[in-house]
Design a protein around this ligand. Sequence first.
Ligand code: D5M
Ligand code: FE
Ligand code: ZN
Length: 530
Amino acid sequence: MPLETPRRIVTELASRGYNAEREAVTLLARTSDPAAALERALETVPEDALKLSAAHVRSVLDSRDPAPDPSSTSDPDADAASPPPTPDPSPSVDDPSTPSTSDGTTPVEGDGGTAAPVETGGSGNRPRTPQAAAIAGDITGRSTGTGEYGDFVTVFRDRYERLSRKLTGRVNHRPTTAVSNMPGGEETALVGMINDVRSTASGHWLVELEDTNGVFPCLVLKDKPIADLVDELLLDEVIAVEGSLSGDGGVLFVDSLHFPEIPRTHRPNTADRHVQAALVSDVHVGSQEFMGEAWSRFTSWLHTEEAAPVEYLLIAGDMVEGVGVYPNQDEELSTIDIYDQYEEFSEYLKEVPGDLEIVMIPGNHDAVRLAEPQPAFDEELRGIMSAHDARITGNPSTVTIEGVNVLMYHGVSLDEVIAELPEHKASYDDPHLAMYHLLKKRHVAPQYGGHTRLAPEERDYLVIDDVPDVFHTGHVHKLGYGKYNNVLAINSGCWQEQTDFQKSVNIDPDHAFAPIVDLDTLELTIRDFN
Ligand code: D5M
Ligand code: FE
Ligand code: ZN
């Protein structure tokens, strides 16, 4: 059995009936041949000992002086320190009264991250057997776009076709050309992409809908209840409207408006055993504000008994700070070369127990193309991050772990949604509300052109075809979570303290939290490593 990780060492010791001091495990893990070191330690351990002590391991190692593992650079004392439990800072969570949520009652324990001493004797300590994650909807290796105008036509046509299919069962719509030829006063419906939204002189709303045939103007009267929905419309999203034509047949007066939506009846898939996944993002290694010590408290916790059910680690982009992402960013870099940043990130990744399955997608700070969908890290970067054999996939991707479908998307469009929608419908303090709108629109980046750059492809990889069970984003550096029609939405905060830029625009990041999802119940626990 390979013993390259503390957890494996712990498991092996447990199988032989030993407990171990945490530091003893750390010392063994750092040797070039942990299996041999462990054998030697056990050969010489006093017969009545139930616990392998660090002092004993040290004496065994000193007697033979094995070469230290050159891949390990972390501070040998870091693991021994237990961070004090920190109270839950009440990160944003759904108000159960929010009408758009099904129950809004995601249970949370905010008891803080405590790196407990390793106790291996308990029956709960079993070897991990994570299943290989299956990936869908990944652009990597499939990009065909040349950036020509024709590619934009193709990607929008694909978006329209796939999203309109989700609406056609709900309304009896006709193509815009047919509606143009109908007599005034008739009732009808349209399914179209939003071409324009503007207010009229009298305060009503004119929404121009475009389908594959043409464009048709639709009027939402300001005193109708559905007028409340107008402020959540984004350009290029696909909606359906029903209503009646004006006397001259030139405008549709809208009575009802529909989004592609997540069906309220959605029943999420769950794992058939007790197993958990840690969902993080925005590590930003290479930034002066990267919180290396907090990260190490998190990875130390992953080695504890309490974290034994955590078999998956999902990282939703911004592994490193990158270079030249924002003006004057170089003033806050601790590492200026992007490849050096990935080397450093890789060292932090090595702290994660080797038997966790890791899945990573890129973000806007990573060294892949900025336009979405973003392909996964290239061979050179994979080579640098190879130590953990992580699953490296594109942004967005749907990852199936233990039967649970997790849609991972970095989240640049959240800036757009938050900028466009009124405060009570989406804000940095409640990033999950912005995520709900992406679910409702069944598209991870409905409107592009501002923050969001779109790469034209043959297919719109950003359409949310299948309803996910969990939607995981990051980017805005705020923690927020809740359920939207039974889909668990989590925006996972960051591992970077406030930057000067963020200070200047009042972004107050939620850092060093690790949301842990129970894959068998989809319940959430937030762990605090501040
Ligand atoms: O993004 C972190 C958050 O901060 C996200 O909401 C964008 C915003 N941000 C950060 N720096 C800038 C600059 N310079 N301009 C505009 N918006 C910014 P991240 O992708 O981690 O940088
Ligand atoms: Fe980020
Ligand atoms: Zn980002």
